[in-house]
Write a protein that binds this ligand. Structure first.
Ligand code: SF4
Length: 378
């Protein structure tokens, strides 16, 4: 079992908070040339997953919905021609609401996508404008409606809370709007001010009103409560799903299932090492065809693996499986983890339930600190 991630590094415009690798259309890079290079990469790296069958394919970005039917068809032809994709594989497209017109869905209908992850972020037009999203609230709702018309029964919506100047009441409205859409999955992230982004610069100049930590926590707690009341399971700190609709692709990442990442800046994991492609479309399209290096590789040592295991597992509702930890890393590392765990249990941040270490409601607020406490640094 393995996954494929495809990074489509183009956006029509730049959202002020975003630090993902992408180029805007003004960069004047031909998307067709990129697609041809991506196909070349699929052919070159088809053995990376050692013939494992593919259970998930994820088109992320950037903005995958910027691609037209012919470009997507070419990519799928290559994926299906070079990998053994399960009949029931989860195949997701990240999409911007304003791309999801009836005409676009019509053109997609011959493709195997069966899950949509729609970048709504907010239903408040003031906030959408402030963070430079391309769509408005009406387009976001229309996108979900159109997706339903075209038979999508697995729809996820991304939301951001603690947007500049946002109140708890506004966040409550955003959640209400999302629940009204009767979708299967919600990913909700607290806004972060990433260094170098326009939003970060605006904050440093005092041009935006940063939401206080206390209010952000109230938003988070309210969200968890309401998600639960509305039938969404909090299966990871930022991810909520109706029964049977967890993201299989992301869940596989969290269980260390191997995956290949294709396209500029995409990361891959083969069970022992991580690899990442160069974060530049220009370099990618020039280096790959002439066999110049376009990625870097890191062999993970035991400590790296252990730290990743702690970081990823603790964010999930299943927590850290102690039996798995002992089998994977041995008695010594298990003892190290347990020593550090004791204090966290005493402070009420962690619970040990049937050999699973799980963050408590209090611990969830301090997740990053608890994770650091359990990590190995020497
Ligand atoms: S559409 Fe997505 S990837 Fe593109 S700038 Fe906005 S947040 Fe970033």
């Amino acid at each position: 079992m393995a996954g494929i991630y495809i990074h489509i590094p183009f956006c029509k415009q730049r959202c002020t908070y975003c630090d993902f690798y992408k180029e805007t259309e003004s960069a004047n890079i031909q998307i067709d040339v990129f697609v041809d290079t991506l196909i070349n990469e699929i052919q070159l790296r088809k053995s990376y997953l050692h013939n494992e069958n593919i259970s998930t394919v994820y088109f992320g970005g950037g903005t995958p919905s910027i691609l037209n039917l012919n470009q997507l068809k070419k990519i799928f032809k290559e994926i299906y021609g070079n990998f053994d994709v399960d009949d029931d594989a989860e195949i997701t497209m990240e999409a911007n609401p304003d791309d999801l017109s009836i005409a676009y869905f019509d053109s997609l209908s011959s493709l195997p996508f069966n899950r949509l992850s729609i970048g709504v972020q907010s239903f408040n037009n003031y906030h959408l404008k402030l963070i430079n999203r391309r769509h408005d609230a009406l387009q976001a709702k229309q996108a979900v409606e159109n997706a339903r018309k075209f038979g999508f029964s697995n729809i996820s919506v991304d939301l951001i809370y603690a947007l500049p100047g946002q109140t708890l009441d506004d966040w409550k409205n955003q959640l209400d709007e999302a629940f009204k859409l009767d979708i299967e999955h919600i990913s909700a992230y607290g806004l972060t001010y990433e260094e170098g982004t326009l939003l970060w610069k605006q904050r440093n100049k005092g041009l935006v009103q940063v939401v206080e930590d206390e209010v952000t926590l109230e938003m988070f707690d309210y969200m968890r409560l309401k998600m639960n009341e509305n039938g969404f399971d909090a299966y990871e700190i930022s991810n909520y799903a109706k029964p049977g609709f967890r993201s299989r692709h992301n869940s596989a990442y969290w269980q260390f299932v191997p995956y290949i990442g294709l396209g500029p800046s995409a990361h891959s994991f083969d069970g022992r090492s991580r690899q990442w492609n160069i974060a530049s479309v220009n370099e990618y399209i020039h280096r790959l065809p002439v066999n110049e290096p376009y990625n870097e590789k890191e062999i993970l040592n035991e400590q790296d693996f252990y730290n990743d295991f702690i970081m990823v597992s603790l964010r999930t509702s299943e927590g850290i499986d102690l039996i798995k930890l002992k089998n994977k890393f041995g008695q010594e590392i298990y003892n190290f983890c347990m020593q550090n765990t004791d204090n966290q249990i005493k402070y009420g941040n962690l619970l040990n339930e049937n050999n699973k270490l799980i963050l408590t409601e209090k611990g969830i607020h301090l997740a990053n600190q608890v994770i650091i406490e359990l990590m190995k640094t020497d």
